[in-house]
Design a binder for this molecule. Structure first.
Ligand SMILES: CC(C)(COP(=O)(O)OP(=O)(O)OC[C@H]1O[C@@H](n2cnc3c(N)ncnc32)[C@H](O)[C@@H]1OP(=O)(O)O)[C@@H](O)C(=O)NCCC(=O)NCCS
Length: 204
């Protein structure tokens, strides 16, 4: 097991680049589909702003042997609306006309996104969990979950919740071992046949 530490995200270029890469991995290429080839640059810029869903303020990195190996990003459900407004403002500023493309790509996934947008106000929502491929399988995902559970508890959350693609067996097994249970399955997106399940872990 490498020497591991978890630290808060910082609004630096290197953290932003790692965030963009890991976020797209966890979203299975969705950012790229929505925002095109400039997605990593746009997501990295949004990350460096405060008060939005993708912000450094909502992100913790896992470092193993001195370099970034993974990250977790999440927030209290009751902050979802204001953070989403912040994301929309930042995207409008940095994505420009790519937003029109994003809207067109999002349309066939509208029912899926509506499912994912539901938040229990007393739950802490894990939006992104990802570990770089060459650092997987040594317990870093588990460490990141332990860290976000501690953050959520401290903030007074009653549970952790997340959405995971139904075909993501490795992540689902990790979540189940950590005490998550599936409570609902989304409608299928009309494009790409994507379906997610909502998983919840009580914290009290
Ligand atoms: C899900 C993910 C974060 C897990 O990270 P990780 O650091 O490998 O997690 P851990 O090492 O704590 O646990 C992984 C478990 O899956 C097992 N595993 C099975 N197949 C594996 C594979 N191909 N690669 C890595 N681990 C695998 C590991 O052995 C381990 O089980 P164990 O604890 O019983 O040994 C990582 O696979 C990832 O980033 N995936 C892509 C992004 C993603 O899907 N995120 C979740 C979106 S909701």
């Amino acid at each position: 097991m490498p020497a591991v530490s978890i630290r808060p995200g910082r609004p630096t270029a290197s953290d932003a680049a790692a965030f963009a890469e890991l976020a797209d991995m966890a979203a299975d290429g969705l950012f790229e589909a929505l925002l095109g080839r400039r997605a990593p640059e746009i997501v990295a810029r949004v990350y460096r702003h405060p008060a939005n869903e993708l912000s450094f303020q909502q992100t913790d990195f896992c470092e193993a042997d001195g370099s970034i190996a993974g990250m977790v990003n999440g927030y209290f459900g009751r902050h979802a609306k204001e953070l989403r407004r912040g994301t929309a403002r930042c995207l409008a500023r940095h994505a420009g006309w790519w937003l029109a493309r994003a809207a067109a790509v999002a349309l066939p996934r509208a029912r899926l996104f509506a499912f994912m947008d539901r938040r229990a106000p007393d739950a802490y929502y894990i939006q992104v969990l990802a570990v770089f491929p060459d650092r997987r399988g040594v317990g870093l995902g588990q460490r990141l979950l332990e860290s976000v559970a501690a953050t959520a508890r401290k903030a007074g959350a009653a549970s952790l919740e997340l959405d995971v693609e139904t075909r993501n067996d490795v992540a689902i097994a990790l979540y189940e071992r950590f005490g998550f249970r599936s409570i609902a399955t989304s409608p299928k997106a009309l494009l790409g046949n994507i379906q997610v399940q909502r998983m919840v872990k009580p914290l009290v």
